[in-house]
Design a protein around this ligand. Structure first.
Ligand code: TYD
Length: 253
Protein backbone atom coordinates (compact mmCIF):
# COMPACT_ATOMS: atom_id res chain seq x y z
CA UNK A 1 0.00 0.00 0.00
CA UNK A 2 1.23 3.54 -0.76
CA UNK A 3 2.43 5.79 2.08
CA UNK A 4 -0.54 6.81 4.16
CA UNK A 5 -1.16 9.68 6.48
CA UNK A 6 -0.79 8.83 10.16
CA UNK A 7 -3.84 10.03 12.09
CA UNK A 8 -2.92 8.93 15.58
CA UNK A 9 -0.36 6.84 17.43
CA UNK A 10 -1.41 5.22 20.70
CA UNK A 11 0.29 2.81 23.08
CA UNK A 12 -0.49 -0.38 21.15
CA UNK A 13 -1.79 0.78 17.76
CA UNK A 14 -1.23 3.30 14.99
CA UNK A 15 -4.15 4.65 12.95
CA UNK A 16 -3.66 5.65 9.30
CA UNK A 17 -6.05 7.26 6.87
CA UNK A 18 -7.94 4.52 5.02
CA UNK A 19 -8.24 4.12 1.23
CA UNK A 20 -11.82 5.50 1.19
CA UNK A 21 -13.47 8.28 3.17
CA UNK A 22 -14.84 7.00 6.47
CA UNK A 23 -12.26 4.22 6.73
CA UNK A 24 -9.15 3.85 8.86
CA UNK A 25 -6.27 1.38 8.82
CA UNK A 26 -5.45 0.05 12.31
CA UNK A 27 -1.85 -1.13 12.68
CA UNK A 28 -1.16 -3.35 15.71
CA UNK A 29 2.26 -2.68 17.27
CA UNK A 30 4.28 -5.10 19.40
CA UNK A 31 4.52 -2.51 22.20
CA UNK A 32 3.08 -3.41 25.58
CA UNK A 33 2.43 -0.89 28.32
CA UNK A 34 0.97 -1.17 31.79
CA UNK A 35 0.30 1.05 34.82
CA UNK A 36 -0.49 4.01 32.59
CA UNK A 37 2.67 3.47 30.48
CA UNK A 38 5.05 3.37 33.50
CA UNK A 39 6.02 -0.16 32.43
CA UNK A 40 6.91 -0.67 28.77
CA UNK A 41 8.28 -3.46 26.57
CA UNK A 42 8.30 -4.72 23.01
CA UNK A 43 6.74 -8.17 22.88
CA UNK A 44 7.56 -9.80 19.57
CA UNK A 45 4.48 -11.11 17.80
CA UNK A 46 1.88 -9.46 20.07
CA UNK A 47 0.61 -7.17 17.29
CA UNK A 48 0.09 -10.07 14.90
CA UNK A 49 -1.84 -12.04 17.53
CA UNK A 50 -4.04 -9.10 18.56
CA UNK A 51 -4.83 -8.25 14.92
CA UNK A 52 -6.08 -11.83 14.39
CA UNK A 53 -7.89 -12.09 17.71
CA UNK A 54 -9.67 -8.75 17.33
CA UNK A 55 -10.73 -9.81 13.82
CA UNK A 56 -12.07 -13.09 15.23
CA UNK A 57 -14.13 -11.43 18.00
CA UNK A 58 -15.44 -8.56 15.87
CA UNK A 59 -16.45 -10.92 13.03
CA UNK A 60 -18.30 -13.17 15.48
CA UNK A 61 -20.04 -10.17 17.06
CA UNK A 62 -21.17 -8.96 13.62
CA UNK A 63 -22.59 -12.43 12.94
CA UNK A 64 -24.86 -12.15 15.98
CA UNK A 65 -25.86 -8.59 15.10
CA UNK A 66 -23.60 -6.58 17.42
CA UNK A 67 -22.49 -3.62 15.26
CA UNK A 68 -18.77 -2.90 15.22
CA UNK A 69 -16.11 -1.09 13.23
CA UNK A 70 -14.34 -4.10 11.66
CA UNK A 71 -14.38 -4.23 7.82
CA UNK A 72 -11.56 -6.61 6.86
CA UNK A 73 -8.07 -7.72 7.77
CA UNK A 74 -5.48 -6.36 5.34
CA UNK A 75 -2.35 -8.23 6.38
CA UNK A 76 -0.53 -9.65 9.43
CA UNK A 77 -0.62 -6.41 11.39
CA UNK A 78 -3.30 -4.25 9.78
CA UNK A 79 -7.04 -4.19 9.51
CA UNK A 80 -9.45 -1.85 7.77
CA UNK A 81 -12.08 -0.39 10.09
CA UNK A 82 -14.90 2.12 9.86
CA UNK A 83 -13.96 5.43 11.37
CA UNK A 84 -16.10 6.46 14.33
CA UNK A 85 -16.18 9.35 16.82
CA UNK A 86 -14.91 7.63 19.93
CA UNK A 87 -16.99 8.26 23.08
CA UNK A 88 -14.38 9.25 25.71
CA UNK A 89 -15.20 6.32 28.02
CA UNK A 90 -13.56 2.99 28.77
CA UNK A 91 -16.49 0.64 29.33
CA UNK A 92 -15.55 -2.20 31.66
CA UNK A 93 -17.65 -5.31 32.25
CA UNK A 94 -16.75 -7.56 35.16
CA UNK A 95 -17.94 -11.09 35.90
CA UNK A 96 -15.40 -11.88 38.64
CA UNK A 97 -13.54 -9.48 40.93
CA UNK A 98 -9.96 -8.66 39.89
CA UNK A 99 -7.56 -5.74 39.47
CA UNK A 100 -8.75 -2.37 40.64
CA UNK A 101 -12.19 -3.65 41.70
CA UNK A 102 -10.58 -6.14 44.09
CA UNK A 103 -8.41 -3.36 45.52
CA UNK A 104 -11.25 -0.84 45.82
CA UNK A 105 -13.77 -3.17 47.43
CA UNK A 106 -11.44 -5.56 49.27
CA UNK A 107 -12.72 -8.55 47.26
CA UNK A 108 -10.45 -11.53 46.72
CA UNK A 109 -9.45 -11.88 43.05
CA UNK A 110 -11.66 -14.49 41.40
CA UNK A 111 -14.76 -13.88 43.56
CA UNK A 112 -17.79 -14.36 41.33
CA UNK A 113 -19.92 -11.22 41.22
CA UNK A 114 -23.70 -11.50 41.80
CA UNK A 115 -24.21 -10.36 38.19
CA UNK A 116 -22.10 -8.68 35.50
CA UNK A 117 -21.13 -5.20 36.71
CA UNK A 118 -20.52 -2.41 34.19
CA UNK A 119 -18.18 0.46 35.10
CA UNK A 120 -17.14 3.57 33.20
CA UNK A 121 -13.75 5.28 33.21
CA UNK A 122 -13.12 8.68 31.64
CA UNK A 123 -10.59 8.17 28.81
CA UNK A 124 -7.74 10.47 29.76
CA UNK A 125 -4.24 9.04 30.19
CA UNK A 126 -2.96 12.16 31.94
CA UNK A 127 -5.55 11.52 34.69
CA UNK A 128 -5.03 7.73 34.68
CA UNK A 129 -8.52 6.96 33.25
CA UNK A 130 -10.50 7.77 36.45
CA UNK A 131 -13.66 5.86 37.35
CA UNK A 132 -16.73 8.04 36.76
CA UNK A 133 -20.46 7.65 37.33
CA UNK A 134 -23.37 8.22 34.93
CA UNK A 135 -23.86 11.55 36.73
CA UNK A 136 -20.45 12.77 35.55
CA UNK A 137 -21.10 11.44 32.05
CA UNK A 138 -24.46 13.25 31.79
CA UNK A 139 -23.29 16.47 33.45
CA UNK A 140 -20.20 16.83 31.26
CA UNK A 141 -22.10 15.75 28.14
CA UNK A 142 -19.76 12.86 27.26
CA UNK A 143 -22.79 10.75 26.26
CA UNK A 144 -26.58 11.21 26.22
CA UNK A 145 -29.06 9.05 28.13
CA UNK A 146 -29.90 7.27 24.85
CA UNK A 147 -26.17 6.64 24.27
CA UNK A 148 -25.86 5.21 27.81
CA UNK A 149 -28.79 2.83 27.21
CA UNK A 150 -27.18 1.69 23.95
CA UNK A 151 -23.73 1.38 25.57
CA UNK A 152 -25.11 -0.82 28.37
CA UNK A 153 -26.88 -3.05 25.90
CA UNK A 154 -23.79 -3.35 23.64
CA UNK A 155 -21.52 -4.06 26.63
CA UNK A 156 -23.77 -6.84 27.97
CA UNK A 157 -24.17 -8.44 24.54
CA UNK A 158 -20.39 -8.41 24.04
CA UNK A 159 -20.05 -9.96 27.52
CA UNK A 160 -22.48 -12.80 26.77
CA UNK A 161 -20.83 -13.52 23.44
CA UNK A 162 -17.23 -13.40 24.71
CA UNK A 163 -18.05 -15.38 27.88
CA UNK A 164 -19.62 -18.15 25.79
CA UNK A 165 -16.86 -18.27 23.19
CA UNK A 166 -14.23 -18.42 25.93
CA UNK A 167 -16.06 -20.95 28.08
CA UNK A 168 -16.22 -23.29 25.06
CA UNK A 169 -12.41 -23.42 25.02
CA UNK A 170 -11.94 -23.71 28.79
CA UNK A 171 -11.26 -20.03 29.51
CA UNK A 172 -13.01 -17.82 32.07
CA UNK A 173 -13.77 -14.25 30.99
CA UNK A 174 -13.05 -12.39 34.23
CA UNK A 175 -13.47 -8.85 32.85
CA UNK A 176 -12.84 -6.78 29.75
CA UNK A 177 -12.90 -3.26 28.38
CA UNK A 178 -14.52 -1.96 25.20
CA UNK A 179 -14.74 1.41 23.54
CA UNK A 180 -17.63 2.58 21.40
CA UNK A 181 -17.88 5.19 18.67
CA UNK A 182 -20.57 7.16 16.86
CA UNK A 183 -21.18 6.63 13.16
CA UNK A 184 -23.59 8.52 10.94
CA UNK A 185 -25.76 6.91 8.26
CA UNK A 186 -27.27 10.03 6.68
CA UNK A 187 -29.11 11.83 9.49
CA UNK A 188 -29.25 8.69 11.59
CA UNK A 189 -26.63 8.32 14.32
CA UNK A 190 -25.76 5.08 16.08
CA UNK A 191 -23.09 3.57 18.31
CA UNK A 192 -20.80 0.72 17.32
CA UNK A 193 -18.10 -1.24 19.13
CA UNK A 194 -14.70 0.17 18.08
CA UNK A 195 -11.00 0.03 19.06
CA UNK A 196 -10.05 -3.63 19.66
CA UNK A 197 -11.03 -6.72 21.58
CA UNK A 198 -7.93 -8.72 22.50
CA UNK A 199 -6.15 -10.23 25.52
CA UNK A 200 -4.63 -6.73 26.03
CA UNK A 201 -8.01 -5.51 27.26
CA UNK A 202 -9.50 -8.66 28.85
CA UNK A 203 -8.73 -10.85 31.84
CA UNK A 204 -8.73 -14.47 30.76
CA UNK A 205 -8.06 -17.35 33.17
CA UNK A 206 -7.82 -21.04 32.38
CA UNK A 207 -10.95 -22.57 33.96
CA UNK A 208 -9.11 -25.66 35.27
CA UNK A 209 -5.78 -24.26 36.46
CA UNK A 210 -6.51 -20.54 36.90
CA UNK A 211 -3.47 -19.76 34.70
CA UNK A 212 -3.57 -16.16 33.44
CA UNK A 213 -3.70 -15.83 29.64
CA UNK A 214 -3.93 -12.03 29.33
CA UNK A 215 -1.94 -8.82 29.86
CA UNK A 216 -1.60 -9.54 33.60
CA UNK A 217 1.20 -11.95 32.50
CA UNK A 218 3.12 -8.79 31.51
CA UNK A 219 1.84 -6.52 34.31
CA UNK A 220 2.81 -9.05 37.00
CA UNK A 221 5.87 -10.68 35.31
CA UNK A 222 4.29 -14.14 35.12
CA UNK A 223 6.12 -15.42 32.04
CA UNK A 224 5.87 -15.06 28.27
CA UNK A 225 3.03 -12.87 27.04
CA UNK A 226 3.38 -14.21 23.48
CA UNK A 227 2.98 -17.78 24.76
CA UNK A 228 -0.18 -16.79 26.68
CA UNK A 229 -1.78 -15.00 23.70
CA UNK A 230 -0.73 -17.82 21.34
CA UNK A 231 -2.46 -20.30 23.67
CA UNK A 232 -5.71 -18.25 23.47
CA UNK A 233 -5.43 -17.98 19.67
CA UNK A 234 -4.76 -21.69 19.26
CA UNK A 235 -7.63 -22.76 21.50
CA UNK A 236 -9.98 -20.54 19.47
CA UNK A 237 -8.63 -21.99 16.21
CA UNK A 238 -7.39 -18.55 15.14
CA UNK A 239 -3.76 -19.64 14.80
CA UNK A 240 -2.72 -23.12 13.69
CA UNK A 241 -1.31 -25.37 16.42
CA UNK A 242 2.37 -26.13 16.08
CA UNK A 243 2.73 -29.45 14.26
CA UNK A 244 3.33 -32.21 16.77
CA UNK A 245 6.67 -33.82 15.99
CA UNK A 246 6.22 -37.14 14.27
CA UNK A 247 8.05 -39.86 16.15
CA UNK A 248 10.57 -41.88 14.22
CA UNK A 249 9.53 -45.38 13.21
CA UNK A 250 10.77 -47.97 15.66
CA UNK A 251 11.86 -51.44 14.82
CA UNK A 252 9.54 -54.14 16.05
CA UNK A 253 11.36 -57.34 16.80
P1 TYD B 1 -9.11 -2.70 35.91
O1 TYD B 1 -9.13 -3.83 36.90
O2 TYD B 1 -10.02 -1.56 36.17
O3 TYD B 1 -7.69 -2.07 35.79
P2 TYD B 1 -6.27 -2.77 35.77
O4 TYD B 1 -6.23 -3.50 34.46
O5 TYD B 1 -5.34 -1.57 35.81
O6 TYD B 1 -6.19 -3.65 36.96
O7 TYD B 1 -9.41 -3.26 34.45
C1 TYD B 1 -10.53 -4.03 34.14
C2 TYD B 1 -10.37 -4.62 32.77
O8 TYD B 1 -10.43 -3.61 31.78
C3 TYD B 1 -9.03 -5.34 32.55
O9 TYD B 1 -9.25 -6.50 31.78
C4 TYD B 1 -8.19 -4.36 31.78
C5 TYD B 1 -9.22 -3.54 31.03
N1 TYD B 1 -8.83 -2.11 30.90
C6 TYD B 1 -8.12 -1.73 29.77
O10 TYD B 1 -7.83 -2.54 28.87
N2 TYD B 1 -7.77 -0.42 29.63
C7 TYD B 1 -8.07 0.51 30.56
O11 TYD B 1 -7.73 1.71 30.38
C8 TYD B 1 -8.80 0.12 31.72
C9 TYD B 1 -9.16 1.11 32.77
C10 TYD B 1 -9.16 -1.22 31.84
Amino acid sequence: MARRKKIYEGKAKILYEGPEPGTIVQYFKDDATAFNAEKKAVIEGKGVLNNRLSEFFMTGLAQIGVPNHFIKRLNMREQLVRSAEIVPLEIIVRNYAAGTMSKRLGLEEGTQLPRPIVEYCYKDDSLGDPLVTEEHIAAFGWASQQDMDDILSLALRVNDFLSGVMMAVGIRLVDFKIEVGRVYDGDFQRLIVADEISPDSCRLWDIETGQKLDKDVFRRDLGSLTDAYTEVAQRLGVMPRKATPVSKPTLIN
